[in-house]
Design a binder for this molecule. Structure first.
Ligand code: HEM
Length: 417
């Protein structure tokens, strides 16, 4: 029997829902009865319908940070706080627009076919992800995080020997982005941020030295070139946002890959639909990860902070209020997609909010989808493979890692194989 072990107890609130075994019927109730309502216990407005989520994401006075608190108090004064303060993800206005344009253009230059081949090479037996020895559920859990991180670090221009250390620092750094982190974890996040700043400084310096000589095509070189063209000259902000590319990749892409494994484990018919021909298999894997993005997204919610009193979807929101946008719920709104609760590989005009919308929309969407699809396509036929083979998939159980917004499964085996 293939099952999540995560609690099936009643959902207490919209944050709880993120890591619940099946939050989707609960989301549907919200959309039906209260698409935008104030939860007095969480002290948050909850937006669950596609219309409410769209309206908030499009509103110029719904900001990504509270006006009085650009950096969470626990991070102020340390290196992690400095990185956080500079991220495009955490800024609106000029500190967002110029760097965002640069990142969008540089990420838009990435050769996705080459990236897919690189991911396949990383995932192949002779790469660092060669078939793990038992217990492979642990190895799979590790690979979900490391493979996407290695792929983006490789794009940036890091050398293979740098990758394991980068993964360790990134694991420590991303803890600072979660309100669930302990003081010890925050201390480690500051140390990791300081180390990452030094390491990225070296990468930038080397990239400048080698420009025109060996490698003009690394992502770091492309970011530098677009920054020079647009006149974005803040070197510290550039460094922090390069780190941001890895941190935005880390949890979210692990969640996408993990939720794709969950989809395969719970829908054995999907495996039968995977064609044998390599290109057709890659195309089907791509459809699969896109449908997973829509149906069971790795980032279940995001927040906006109201800067001015406003009326939204017939409700009055006050300056200082916070809105929790349930992306995972809005994706299943019948107003957005027909047969919205069904898993359909072939879906005309698939629509989803999983990569955000509007000015803060994710510039890494194509990269994330390429990495996840290529990893899945390479794992499935491989023997041995980081992914359990079909019979083993049936033996998987999973819980979701503690998080207020990310849905990332952590796998185990029901029985030894
Ligand atoms: C499955 C993987 C991913 C998911 C689900 C995801 C999702 C998101 C979402 C929902 C946002 C918007 C948050 C908001 O508006 O509140 C976002 C922003 C962002 N993402 Fe991604 N992302 C993924 C992978 C990546 C990758 C691989 C990169 C870069 C290589 C990346 C770079 C960024 C950046 C820089 C932003 C900030 C954009 C801004 O604030 O203007 N993401 N992502």
């Amino acid at each position: 029997m293939t099952t999540p072990k995560t609690s099936t107890a009643p959902i207490r609130n919209a944050v709880d829902a993120t890591t619940h075994a099946d939050p989707y019927p609960w989301y549907a109730e919200l959309r039906r009865n209260a698409p935008l309502f104030f939860d007095p216990t969480l002290k948050l407005w909850i937006a669950s319908s596609a219309a409410a989520v769209s309206a908030v994401l499009a509103h110029v006075d719904c900001r990504v940070r509270p006006a009085h608190e650009p950096v969470p108090p626990g991070l102020v004064g340390g290196a992690a706080g400095e990185v956080f303060r500079q991220l495009v993800r955490m800024n609106d206005g000029t500190r967002h627009d110029e760097p965002k344009l640069v990142l969008e253009r540089a990420l838009g230059d990435v050769d996705l076919v080459r990236l897919g081949q690189r991911v396949a090479a990383l995932a192949r037996d002779d790469g660092p992800f060669r078939a793990p020895a038992p217990p492979w559920a642990d190895a799979l859990n590790e690979t979900l995080f490391r493979l996407p991180l290695y792929a983006v670090a490789d794009l940036l221009g890091f050398m293979p020997q740098d990758l394991p250390q980068l993964a360790t620092w990134m694991r420590d750094f991303v803890a600072c982005l979660s309100p669930l982190s302990t003081p010890v974890q925050l201390g480690a996040a500051h140390e990791a941020a300081a180390a990452l700043l030094r390491r990225f400084e070296d990468l930038l310096a080397n990239s400048v030295r080698s420009r025109g000589a060996t490698d003009c095509t690394s992502l770091v070189s492309r970011v530098q070139a677009h920054a020079a063209q647009t006149g974005w000259a803040d070197r510290q902000a550039l460094l922090c946002n390069l780190i941001g590319l890895l941190s935005q990749t880390f949890d979210a892409t692990a969640g996408l890959l993990g939720n794709a494994v969950v989809a395969l484990a719970t829908r054995p018919d999907l495996l039968a639909e995977l064609p044998a021909h390599p290109q057709a298999r890659r195309d089907t894997a791509r459809l699969l990860v896109e449908e997973v993005c829509r149906l069971d997204p790795p980032i279940q919610n995001t927040r906006r902070f109201v800067a001015r009193d406003m009326e939204l979807a017939g409700r009055l929101l006050r300056a200082g209020d916070t809105v929790l946008l349930l992306l995972g719920s809005a994706n299943r709104d019948a107003a957005l997609n027909a047969r919205a609760d069904e898993f359909l590989l072939q879906r005309a005009q698939r629509k989803y909010f999983s990569f955000g919308r509007g000015s803060h929309a994710c510039p890494g969407q194509q990269i994330a989808l390429t990495i996840a699809a290529s990893a899945l396509a390479s794992w499935l036929p491989a023997t041995p493979s980081p992914l359990p083979q079909p019979t083993h998939l049936q033996a998987l159980t999973w819980t979701y890692r503690p998080s207020v917004n990310a849905r990332i499964p952590c796998f185990d085996l029901a029985t030894s194989t």
